[in-house]
Design a protein around this ligand. Structure first.
Ligand SMILES: [Zn+2]
Length: 455
């Protein structure tokens, strides 16, 4: 499997990279962020989400606790009633942050929990105990579900469990087994899901609207339309062939560094808050556009703060909100309403910056268009990988990048020379048809030679 930092970022998938990193920061703030990536096959949504576990900081838990009890705040049936001294005697351990998957064939017992067969069949000391399922074992980490639309269609019972897990923050899970008292546990789990809305049984919001609304953010994946990005991917695969070991080692180092950086950012920006004028703006959107889902505007507020933290800024900007509005509303309102919100002139609060929206919603109806246009593609955290200190995002990325750079530049990677100033006195120079050298400037011998070539 490719490492997280080795995956190519481009205009079609960059939003997912950012949102995944925002979710990791949120996890470190103990607030689960539920994500759903929608897109065609081959857009890399599951690859990016699975690879993100490499940049998740580990957790410290009570030694051997399958429920991942936080030593400061134990919640499981075995530890929640213990005294401080008893907890200390058990000791702690650092383990990788859980990243567990739910498959379509999973049974309720596997997901929630079941009787611990090993303990009950122990002839020396038979004991009726619970074995926590995937959800309680993912406490403080991620549950990943591929093709969530299919799961919602074929497993209504598992969907109901997910509704409880995602209904509140933290959520709840019930473990029911015949002969044992029902155990209810708090679970702090971020649910990350992927689906292809063009395949059977269709988009999640049409299969189970309630479950769709539980996702804080929905990211629409696209393929890149940018030749530069495609050329970069080709360069990378060629480099892998030439120096596979070095590349692999370097990218593992990068991922380890990014993991540390995630922890630093989360700590540094933990107390970031939303200024009142921006909060009022979100509240007005809710009323004016009759948004219904309160989760939607909570998601806008929280995600905007995360977006700002990811960019390592101390102050929230209007652009943080405008960037996350489509992600929080795409699955909750119709396209017309969303377009109105993004385009309306009164959806700009006074004060703050005047940054343009991150997504151009006039092109929303063109299905194959990627969500963001290239000129608005700003790498967030990876841009600072080269430097150890917290640098603001480089201004260069905001430059307008023409889709069709001269071929020569594409191949050599050299910078385009600034166009010669055209003189209005010289009709030949001024003519847009004459971008190449004028004939009189060419060496006559060269001309003759090339004529000879044709004979
Ligand atoms: Zn425990």
């Amino acid at each position: 499997m490719k490492s997280y930092t080795e995956l190519a970022r481009h205009d079609g998938n960059n939003t997912l990279f950012e949102v995944v990193e925002m979710a990791i920061i949120s996890m470190l703030w103990n607030v689960p962020l539920h994500l759903h990536a929608e897109g065609l096959r081959g857009t890399g949504k599951t690859t990016i989400m699975r690879a993100a576990r490499q940049i998740m900081p580990p957790i410290v838990r009570i030694k051997n606790c399958l429920y991942n009890c936080d030593p400061e705040n134990p919640h499981c049936p075995n530890h929640r009633h213990l005294s401080k001294e008893e907890l200390e005697s058990l000791g702690n351990e650092t383990v990788p942050r859980p990243f567990l998957e739910i498959s379509h064939s999973a049974k309720i017992g596997t997901i929630a929990g079941s009787i611990d067969l090993q303990k009950i069949t122990n002839s020396a000391n038979p004991e009726a105990a619970l074995l926590p399922g995937i959800i309680p074992q993912a406490h403080r980490g991620v549950i990943f579900i591929d093709e969530i639309n299919r799961l919602a269609d074929t497993s209504p019972e598992i969907t109901d469990i997910l509704l409880d897990v995602m209904g509140t923050k933290p959520g709840r899970v019930q473990i029911e087994e015949t002969g044992l008292p029902v155990v209810e546990l708090p679970v702090q789990v971020s649910v990350w899901a992927a689906s292809n809305p063009d395949e059977e049984p269709g988009p999640l919001q049409e299969i189970r609207r309630q479950l769709s609304d539980r996702f804080d953010l929905v990211v629409e994946m696209g393929r890149t339309t940018n030749p530069d990005a495609i050329a970069d991917i080709l360069v990378q695969s060629e480099q892998r062939r030439l120096g596979a070991e070095n590349i692999a080692k370097r990218s593992v180092d990068h991922s380890a560094r990014l993991l540390k950086e995630m922890a630093l950012i989360a700590k540094k920006f933990e107390s970031l808050t939303m200024p009142d004028f921006l909060r009022n703006f979100i509240a007005r959107l809710y009323v004016k556009y009759n948004l219904e889902s309160f989760r939607a505007i909570e998601a806008i507020q929280h995600a905007a703060i995360l977006h700002c933290a990811l960019r390592q800024r101390d102050q929230l900007l209007v652009s943080d909100i405008l960037k996350v509005i489509p992600l929080a509303l795409k699955h909750r309102v119709d396209v017309e309403t969303l377009t109105k919100i993004m385009n309306s002139s009164d959806s700009r609060p006074s004060g703050g910056d005047n940054a343009p929206p991150a997504m151009n919603f006039s092109s929303q109806n063109k299905k194959k268009e990627p969500e963001t246009s290239f000129s608005e593609y700003e790498p967030a955290i990876n841009s600072s990988l080269a430097e150890v200190n917290f640098e603001p995002e480089p201004a260069a990325v905001k430059e307008d990048k023409s889709f069709f750079k001269p071929l020569k530049q594409l191949f050599t990677g050299k910078q385009e020379k600034p166009a010669e100033e055209t003189s209005s006195n010289d009709p030949v120079k001024a003519s847009p048809l004459n971008k190449a050298k004028r004939l009189p400037d060419l060496n006559l011998d060269e001309l003759v030679k090339s004529e000879g070539d044709f004979k």
